[in-house]
Ligand binder design. Structure first.
Ligand code: BG6
Length: 532
């Protein structure tokens, strides 16, 4: 632990579990069922298909949430047939965290609906073959069905692939969102590498497809607690009145990872932590936390409010970047008790690399609600614990009538939304220690999803989002203006850092909370990083 870590805030000493009423712990009948469709995964030879997409589909199938005629076509370059592809997908599902428990008979039934098409994305014959296979599946199913394309391909070919899908007629434009059969395209992150490139990509995509057909995925939005943040904020009345600058001292949003760059050096060397985590995941969390109440839980109503928050973020300036953003790169160290190498020693990484693997950023939102309230965002690889959370720290009581408690200083109230590894919500408050005289300590009311509902009721983020795409709900997907607005926020940070590389890029030992400068960043506002 760095000296930085030692100054971080500890959690309350006492935790009181919050339970849900027994009768409410069993989910009702599912509210959504996938519409009849064929999903086409372009780039099905990659990691994403094996680790996330197929397990998500298998799990949805096992829960009875896919239409009985649902089919999936994997597209990749390798010369294999349906049988080999199915076998690989079977192994992938069995090895996955999310769907290893799918019963074998469910898999056998599901497997029959998995197909494989071999081809090169640049080759027009691929699209002819795809059209043929799709028409065949559609004719066999005998009912009108949608086409859902998933771009699990390298970001550099998103634009050209969308163009080819459209030009070949396999994914035609639908001017009207109600037009049937529907055609939708899911595009993975990163959507561009800057505002300019995101805008250019949006332009290409919008020539081929209508916005209602485009699903820019950010898997953080599919996480249960992220959606629960909306319910918490807008289905309860006691929190909204204090959700503003009068009561909130600051907000901390952390996405700490224990993993290093893994096998993704090629991508990460180009991206770094700000493009990889801030432009998308962290700014999504920030905008959901800070947005005004939308008028309805509908895609554009929610997305309008999120974009307004991003637009209100005070622009970062190169001259003052050091006061508002801190970067770091991991050195060798101990992770989970084992020695791990530093970023510069990772395979595929430049030994002189200046790419940041950790950043901490102070964001100010220039609007009525949040004026003067800092939002501290941090994310890093090789931190001591895997933890993603949003913590709202409230102001100290304006006057403390109790006698000085020499033993300790009171802790401010804190509301924490944990996204992972355990999902839940907790509220820290001061209480009186039992006994004669008034002595205080902190206690935590803890609501854990796992304990309340059991692990069995959980769906992976990809399941939630794939199902939403199958029913045409874009609420949890980024809109074109939102993506560009998020790039506008981070571009100046990336620009300042890339244009003036720190003479000595701050380094932190793997397994620590990052450089001390990150502590100084928050200390200036009288805050301390939490230690989740
Ligand atoms: C991805 C990033 O989008 O999110 C990865 O590219 C990161 O670098 C991952 O590890 C984190 O996702 P999660 O769900 O594990 O927090």
């Amino acid at each position: 632990m760095s000296s930085a870590g030692a100054t971080q805030q500890r959690d309350a000493q006492f935790a009181v579990p919050v339970r849900v009423a027994e009768s409410q712990t069993t989910p009702e009948q599912p509210l959504k069922m996938g519409e009849p469709c064929t999903m086409v995964i372009l780039g099905a030879g990659g990691d994403l298909t094996r680790r996330k997409l197929l397990p998500a589909l298998a799990h949805l199938c096992s829960d009875g949430l896919l239409h009985e005629t649902f089919a999936v076509i994997g597209v990749a370059r390798e010369d294999i047939d349906d049988a080999v592809f199915r076998k690989r997908m079977h192994d992938a599902v069995r090895a996955s965290e999310d769907a290893a428990d799918v019963p074998e008979d469910v898999w056998r039934e599901f497997e029959r609906r998995i197909h494989y098409v071999r081809g090169d994305l640049r080759d027009t014959t691929l699209y002819e073959e795809l059209t043929r296979r799709l028409s065949q599946i559609e004719a066999d199913a005998g009912a009108e069905r949608g086409r859902l394309f998933y771009l699990a391909v390298p970001p550099s070919v998103y634009g050209s692939t969308v163009q080819r899908l459209s030009a070949s007629g396999v994914a035609p434009q639908r001017a009207e969102s109600r037009a049937r059969p529907w055609v939708r395209v899911i595009i993975e992150k990163p959507f561009g590498t800057s505002r300019e490139t995101a805008r250019a990509l949006n332009r290409v995509v919008s020539e081929a497809l209508a916005e209602h057909q485009v699903y820019r995925i950010d898997h953080y939005l599919g996480k249960e607690t992220v959606q629960n943040l909306l319910v918490f904020r807008f289905a309860n009345s006691i929190f909204e009145p204090v959700w503003n600058r009068a009561h909130v001292h600051h907000v901390q949003i952390t996405a700490a990872e224990t993993v290093g760059v893994e096998h993704r050096a090629g991508y990460y060397e180009e991206s770094g932590v700000v493009r990889d985590m801030f432009q998308n995941h962290l700014l999504q969390l920030l905008s959901l936390t800070a947005m005004e109440p939308p008028t309805a839980f509908r895609a554009n109503a929610v997305r309008d409010e999120k974009v307004k928050v991003l637009d209100a973020i005070r622009p970062f300036e190169a001259a003052t970047i050091d006061q508002n953003a801190v970067r770091g790169q991991y050195n060798p160290g101990l992770s989970d008790g084992a020695y791990v190498r530093g970023y510069r020693e990772e395979p595929g990484v430049d030994p002189q690399s200046r790419v940041p693997t950790l950043a901490a950023v102070r964001v100010l939102i220039d609007n009525w609600r949040w004026q003067g309230v800092p939002f501290f965002l941090r994310s890093g690889k090789r931190m001591p614990r895997r933890a993603t959370e949003i913590a709202i720290e409230f102001r100290h009581p304006p006057h403390l009538m109790f006698p000085n408690d020499a033993a300790r200083v009171i802790q401010p109230n804190r509301l924490t939304f944990s996204l992972q590894p355990d999902e839940g919500i907790s509220l820290c408050m001061e209480i009186k220690l039992p006994g004669i005289g008034v002595r205080m300590t902190s206690a935590k009311m803890d609501f854990s999803y796992g304990e309340a509902f059991g692990e069995g009721h959980q769906h992976s983020a990809y399941e939630t989002l794939l199902l939403d795409a199958m029913v045409g709900d874009q609420t949890l997907f980024a809109r074109s203006d939102g993506v560009e607005a998020a790039w506008s926020v981070v571009d100046p940070i990336i620009g300042a850092w890339e244009n003036s590389p720190a003479p000595d890029l701050p380094r932190y030992a793997a397994g620590t909370w990052g450089p001390e400068a990150a502590d100084v960043l928050v200390a200036r506002d009288g805050a301390r990083w939490r230690r989740p």
